[in-house]
Design a protein around this ligand. Structure first.
Ligand code: NAD
Length: 288
């Protein structure tokens, strides 16, 4: 019999955790949002409120539905509040030791049936699952930023993930109006493994003076029908994150085809990280 999922725990009230909490609450799940820092929780709840407010303003949601969604999110710093959750999605810092500690905390308070999902972008799910006493319940749910807008959730099977847990998570993704696609645990999974080396190669074109940044971008828009050029996309993602993904691929596969562009490293060393620093391959003047 398919398992019933009603209550979702989300750990980490940062960029991704708040988006994930919103996506579940807007689809009638009761959500417990947990962070270690009260200011992060306050900021996270305010972010969800603003995001729902924008949907109401654009007539994508009624005020009543928005109020009800917000009321379904209980924000807490207490790990014990996650005890009755059927699924817990962690979206804490991208550090293995922090994720390992979160799993250990959850194992103290949740029953053996609770599914533990990780939103990691680059850490091996198999390695995360190996820290659990019930590794078959551990799986990757890789949401994309901004979560309320993006359709895909990459569902990543650790070597240990059970078929039943994978099927339950795929079905769960459908209930929040998103599309699940399953992949095996592998460096960069699928989207980052394909997308980020393309951005890196666009950076190499600039590094080798093949073309100017604006021309590289317009060529990919005009010739490959990309909605945004790869360098603008790199600036949007953050060049430090682009470098981090390239390093994960390069070191993980031990393959020179994933070598980070020297110019990418220099941009990061210079603090030219893209939109978030006001300058990357293009300039982003601060809004007054
Ligand atoms: P973030 O820095 O915005 O938020 C992390 C939050 O986790 C912070 O509020 C912090 O207080 C909290 N936290 C840290 N340790 C904790 C603990 N032990 N228990 C509870 N809360 C804790 O990070 P983010 O950008 O939301 O990324 C979170 C995860 O999602 C990472 O694994 C990242 O790789 C992944 N991810 C990020 C993106 C993105 O575009 N930002 C996209 C996909 C996946």
């Amino acid at each position: 019999m398919a398992r019933e999922i009603r209550r979702i725990g989300v750990i980490g009230a940062g960029t991704m955790g708040t988006g994930i909490a919103q996506a579940f609450a807007a689809s009638s799940f009761s959500v417990v949002l947990r962070d270690i820092a009260q200011p992060a929780l306050d900021h996270g709840v305010a972010t969800v409120k603003n995001s729902l407010g924008r949907l109401v303003a654009r007539e994508k949601m009624t005020q009543d539905d928005s109020d009800a969604a917000l009321a379904r999110i209980a924000a807490t710093t207490a790990i014990e509040e996650l005890r009755d959750c059927d699924v817990v999605v962690e979206a804490v810092l991208e550090k293995f030791e922090v994720k390992k500690a979160v799993i250990a905390d959850l194992e103290r308070v949740c029953g053996p049936e609770t599914i533990f999902a990780s939103n990691t972008s680059s850490i091996s799910l198999t390695r995360i699952a190996a820290t659990s006493q019930h590794p078959g319940r551990v799986i990757g749910m890789h949401f994309f930023n901004p979560v309320p807008m993006m359709q895909l959730v990459e569902v990543i099977r650790a070597l240990q993930t059970s078929d039943e847990v994978c099927a339950a998570v795929v079905a769960l993704v459908g209930t929040i109006g998103k599309q699940a696609r399953v992949s095996r645990d592998s460096y960069g999974f699928v989207v980052n493994r394909v997308l980020v080396p393309m951005i890196n190669e666009a950076i190499n074109c600039v590094y080798e003076n093949v073309a100017k940044p604006e021309d590289v971008d317009s060529m990919m828009k005009l010739g490959a029908a990309h909605p945004m050029g790869p360098l603008s996309l790199g600036d949007l993602i953050g060049l430090d994150i682009v470098l981090n993904v390239m390093e994960t691929l390069y070191e993980g596969f031990n393959d020179p085809k994933f070598r980070p562009s020297p110019l990418l490293r220099q941009m990061c060393d210079a603090g030219y990280l893209g939109r978030k620093s006001g300058r990357g391959f293009f300039e982003y003047p601060a809004k007054s």
